[in-house]
Design a protein around this ligand. Sequence first.
Ligand code: GDP
Length: 295
Amino acid sequence: MFNNLSDKLDKALHVLKGHGSITEVNVAETLKEVRRALLDADVNFKIAKQFTNTVKEKALGQNVLTTLQPGQLMVKIVKDELTELMGGDAEGLNLSGTPSVILMSGLQGSGKTTFSGKLANYLKNKKTKKPLLVACDVYRPAAIDQLHVVGEQIGVEVYSDRDNNDPVAISQAGIAHAKANGHNVVIIDTAGRLAVDEAMMTEISNIHKAITPQETLFVVDSMTGQDAVNTAKAFNDILNFDGVILTKLDGDTRGGAAISIKSVVNKPIKFIGTGEKMEAIDVFYPSRMADRILG
Ligand code: GDP
């Protein structure tokens, strides 16, 4: 994960590690390399610039020039800032409702259906949760089939209604079904499109208004870099969602989405997807991710 970024940051910071004492020029050169590494990882220019400015201020404020091990101190400052940029503390799900309703949003192919299954499985394994999956993609019968396959795989019931083409009505009927059958969590999988369009936004917004979910999650493919961030912004403008799910982090992703999405939409990344299997789900911990990036 993020191998290229890790290598480049390591190289940038390594220069300082050998020095007993350093100058402001050393710091500036290192930070230039750090910025370059972030840009290569597809982090937005403004965010990368702001990041290195903050690191510089902190480094000079903490007297990095006169410390005995300037390299170590710089690594710590970069790690702390990276953690802060990715969200600070980990944030869990709000599962307060009876049932708690979780609405999944995102583009087609982002990994919504897969993640709906992973989350249902994750919650089911917590023993106190009995999830229900609801299939609200009325355009692609294959999407309904896919959710049923996932449900069967993990032993979670799936509610669908192939004769109904109103996703709002299906989501409401799904919640009613959950109440009647003792499910305490409802995960609603919705239709996506290949790109942001008005019809999709209106539809997801109508579902959102009708069911007022405890959690609205936005699922995004981390491989799409800055596009992921732009899509997140478009969905957040409409839904004011509660959290981001970053999928496909097992792939050859550069890291830009993970690093910049929080600061653009000001919403936490709550989970990551790290594979196609139902077990490939992890809670997102910004500090662990920063540790991983900086080795
Ligand atoms: P949806 O259209 O948003 O519901 O997306 P899907 O759940 O159908 O996922 C699209 C493709 O991405 C499928 O082939 C999934 O197996 C794959 N996929 C989803 N999440 C991950 C992940 O975390 N890692 C990898 N490698 N593939 C994933």
